[in-house]
Ligand binder design. Structure first.
Ligand code: URA
Length: 209
């Protein structure tokens, strides 16, 4: 599996943002955030990109980000995690038969990766998916993730429209399931609730059997 190096230079804008953050927040992780969870998992959750003061600080996807509170609550509820999630990479929280990764591995300014950055980083997602022999369900959090997963399978965005809680067969083995992102914005505006997200993870659990 291909992982970006800690000083990955492939996206000039993200590289220079990282260099600025190293000066501003020298104690942060400040690198492409590696996936969380084992490679033999049946269930892969694909987020957007690390948050500046969340995953980019802690070095674990969604960890320290508001979005992680919603995500990890539901994963634990449906048996995809154990231990207490305490927003720290050393909290002892473990994923069970699940793995969490991002479409873009580096924190982007204003949480918005450019299309070119999403494309450049896609090779890491593609290689990660290919390296998961038991994978059955991919949960995309938001449209960017949805399109990135389709691209990893060589499908155009027109193959499947992003619709919350809808699932698509990608091939004999793999189902793609969509959810609104668990971002603070989506929760605050009521677009997504914890209960709605629980229902999506419950759907993933039955697909992953
Ligand atoms: N943190 C992540 O790691 N990914 C997201 O998509 C959001 C927050």
């Amino acid at each position: 599996m291909q992982l970006p190096s800690h000083d990955c230079p492939l996206c000039p804008r993200l590289y220079s943002f990282r260099e600025q953050n190293k000066i501003k927040y020298p104690e942060y992780f400040n690198g492409p955030v590696p996936p969380f969870g084992g490679i033999y998992a049946k269930f892969l959750i694909v987020g957007l990109a690390p948050g500046l003061k969340g995953a980019n600080q802690t070095g674990r996807p969604f960890t320290g980000d508001y979005a992680g509170l919603i995500l990890y609550h539901s994963l634990k509820k449906y048996g995809f995690a154990k231990g207490n999630y305490d927003q720290r990479p050393d909290d002892g929280f473990e994923l069970v038969n699940a793995r969490v990764t991002n479409a873009v591995r580096c924190v982007p300014p204003d949480n918005k990766p450019e299309p070119s950055e999403i494309n450049i980083c896609n090779k890491f997602l593609t290689s990660e998916i290919a390296a998961m022999p038991n994978l059955k369900v991919i949960l995309s959090l938001g449209l960017v993730s949805h399109n990135a997963v389709l691209k990893s399978y060589g499908c155009k965005p027109s193959y499947a429209k992003f619709i919350h809680a809808k699932s698509y067969k990608i091939n004999d083995k793999i189902t793609l399931l969509d959810s609104y992102h668990t971002s603070r914005y989506n929760i605050n505006t009521g677009r997504l609730t914890q209960e709605m997200f629980d229902d999506v993870v419950a759907q993933a659990a039955s697909l992953a059997i």
